[in-house]
Write a protein that binds this ligand. Sequence first.
Ligand code: GLY
Length: 280
Amino acid sequence: MATLIVHGGAGRWDPRIPRAEIDAGLDRALETGWRALEDGALSAVVAAVTALEDDPHFNAGIGAVRNADGEVELDAGVMTAEGLRTGAVAGMTDSASPVSVARAVLEDGRHVLLAAAGASRFAAEWGLPLAGRERLRESARALPGSAGGTVGAVCRDDRGGLAVAVSTGGVSGKFPGRVGDSAICGAGFYADAPGAACATGQGEAFIRLAGCRRAVELLAAGLDAPTCATRLIEELAERVGGEGGIIVVDATGRPGVARNTRDMPWAWRTEVGTARWSPA
Ligand code: GLY
């Protein structure tokens, strides 16, 4: 069974952002990802996250929050269960789609994580578009208030392929150079034979827990996806005092979602239906 789950970030969503606009963004991401499914789970999650990066309502790509210096520094990562292939970027200041650069790092295969100027140079060498630093800074958080943190997607395709993609502007007002879990394989994202997981929320907590690797371990131990997601967020709170959310898909395509923040808009689609939650 094919399953695609997307989320728009855990946190407290500003009530001035209309629910219909959040829903529209999630629906667009789900549709875009679903259309890409014929090319497999990795294409589906990257397409879904790219759609969220292009939407100023979400803290990623053109909607990213700024650091303490007023600059945008973006992190992103991707992974497939098959071959444990992964790619990530950290601290990019000039890409409106760091998840596309992370995918190129995966496809290239020499490295798993590129940062800052090196990531930009790599993107240019791969012919990926770079946005002017000024443009990203000016577009950052053009909408009122602060949105959630991080966007992401997990997918099981109908051939059994599993993949995850994540992208974020990180924490608003962060110290320049701070890197969060979305660039760290095992922390903010992970995929292996039992399933795929994607985190959102306090990156430092997910890094300390190796949260998404832990979620996949829980699946391997026999938990189903909903129970795994709930248990992981309990452990996040109990072991490292963290706040956040997680989306999980297991090897059969069963979806799981959990959070301990007030909000975390998400949506999923399977061959038999759809479901969605967003803040009222
Ligand atoms: N979870 C995103 C971050 O902390 O950067």
